[in-house]
Write a protein that binds this ligand. Structure first.
Ligand SMILES: [Zn+2]
Length: 489
């Protein structure tokens, strides 16, 4: 890009993401050690294979392979009939073999795409490939009793199945990158192949970003690492986009390099240049033969695909007449969507909409307040059904029901809790009439307004009367009794 042009041409940002996701399996990728290492004492889930001892032979984990194929199918990929594993060589203390068994030129899945919504518009981004590899061990840095800085190696994570999902450079903003990640994580959780937990490192993202003249050739890309949350990815990309544009605006050039995100300072810093880039010296893994992936296996795996988030969101909008926002919230986690469908089963659209309102507005608020995981609501299907019946029949006012929710004991039915809390609607007409009479005495001006023909004045009187009954009187009954009493005096 010329120096003078740089100030006038329109620039666009180009982003491609590489995601590493741990594959949920019982055992590791190439040995029978348990892959569930999170709470285990260091170096207890290890064997000669995942410790990288000479002569130990890897054995392929079939469940992990099927999970990657399932992922590829969920991401609309093609599954080539033939693939192989390759050694990716590098030296690091958490990698005892000195190489990872990964895939280089013949991955399990290729040429897919992922759709997601940004500001109400659907965006489609290409998926270059999905391949299988293995995780490394972990280094724990600490200060020992003598005050020396030491690093300890824990190999529990070494050999845990990992898949890499490489996206095409189709993303044009930090917002799009964030929503792509959210949608990808959501899909992986729907099909049950990964927890997608970013804080625990089960879902990690590196980003490639460059800025170019609109429609022009790609600029040199900068790779950003060390982002540990969706928010960090978004902030890092926003920062880097701005930095590159500022450099280009004054006629500078962007070197190809790897930069690290420094969360505390909100900046990226250079880690290594193109010249220092790794040469991984890939070569075919000699201990594991290449794989034929037959059409039969692919079709068997395809049969395990559940309804995916986008399809489910559209169906919720159609079947239950829900807004796009409510449909999105109710389908964010597969389990929540399941609960919703169980609650509204057999009911009409009104009930479907009411159930959505209660879950999205009140129950999810309670879920957050209680610190529950995203896939767990604080109410069971039976409790939610009882809540809807209770409010629908008028046995409890909506206002009173909102008071019942946070008071529910484990497994307690809302009807029982409402009775316990004395929040069931007043059935006794005398009590409601008494409250109406007291209200009229307390608000003579409003009563006079109504008698003088100001119909709207009754709203205030209804509200005050309901308040006098502790929110338990039904509005229709209060209105009727107030009009009776207003006529009487
Ligand atoms: Zn092992």
């Amino acid at each position: 890009m010329g120096r003078t042009d740089a100030r006038t041409v329109e620039l666009e940002t180009v982003i491609g993401l590489e995601v590493h996701a741990q594959v949920l399996t019982r055992s590791k990728m190439y040995c029978t050690c348990s892959a569930r290492y999170a709470d285990a004492p260091p170096n207890t889930h290890v064997c000669p294979t995942c410790c990288g001892l000479p002569g130990a032979m890897p054995v392929m984990n079939r469940a992990a392979i099927e999970s990657v194929i399932l992922t590829g199918l969920a991401l609309n990929c093609e599954i080539p009939g033939f693939c192989k594993l390759d050694r990716k060589n590098y030296v690091y203390p958490d990698l005892p073999k000195g190489y990872q068994i990964s895939q280089y030129d013949l991955p399990l899945c290729v040429d897919g795409w992922l759709e997601f919504v940004v500001d109400g518009a659907t965006v489609r981004a290409g998926i270059t490939r999905v391949h299988i590899e293995e995780d490394t061990g972990r280094l724990v840095h600490r200060t020992d009793a003598m005050g020396a800085e030491i690093s300890l190696v824990d190999l529990n994570r070494s050999g845990v199945p990992l898949m890499e999902i490489v996206g095409e450079p189709d993303l044009r903003s930090a917002d799009q990158a964030r929503e792509y990640l959210v949608a990808l994580r959501q899909s992986l959780r729907y099909i049950g192949v990964s927890t997608g937990n970013m804080e625990e490192g089960a879902f990690r993202c590196d980003a490639n970003i460059s800025v170019r003249e609109v429609g022009g050739p790609l600029g040199s890309k900068v790779e950003i690492k060390n982002m540990n949350s969706f928010r960090a990815v978004e902030r890092a990309l926003r920062y880097e986009e701005q930095r590159q544009r500022e450099v280009l605006a004054v006629g500078g050039t962007i070197p190809q390099e790897t930069r690290g995100w420094v969360e505390a300072q909100g900046i990226t810093v250079s880690q290594r240049s193109k010249e220092q880039a790794h040469d991984y010296r890939y070569f075919p893994e000699p201990d594991i033969p290449p794989m034929h992936v037959g059409a039969e296996l692919v079709e068997a795996v395809r049969g395990r695909l559940p309804e995916l988030p986008n399809a489910r969101r559209s169906r919720f909008m159609e079947d239950y007449a829900l807004s796009p926002a409510d449909s999105a919230l109710l389908t964010l986690e597969r389990e929540i969507g399941d609960v919703y469908e169980d609650v509204v089963a057999g009911g009409d659209r009104d009930r479907a909409r009411q159930a959505a309102n209660w879950i999205v507005n009140d129950v999810m608020g309670l879920q957050k307040a209680k610190g529950l995981p995203a896939d767990t609501l604080p109410l069971s299907v039976a409790q939610l059904r009882d809540l809807l019946d209770l409010v629908g029949s008028g046995a409890v006012s909506a206002r009173a029901a909102k008071e019942v929710l946070p008071e529910l004991a484990d497994g307690e039915m809302p009807r029982d809790a409402a009775a316990r809390l004395n929040l069931l609607a007043l059935e006794n007409e005398d009590e409601v009439r008494q409250a109406a009479i007291e209200t009229l005495a307390a608000y003579p001006a409003a009563a006079a307004d109504f008698r003088g023909g100001k119909q709207a004045a009754i709203g205030r009187l209804i509200g005050e009367t309901i308040k006098r009954t502790g929110g338990r009187a039904k509005p229709d009954q209060v209105r009727a009794l107030l009009i009776e009493e207003l006529g009487r005096q």
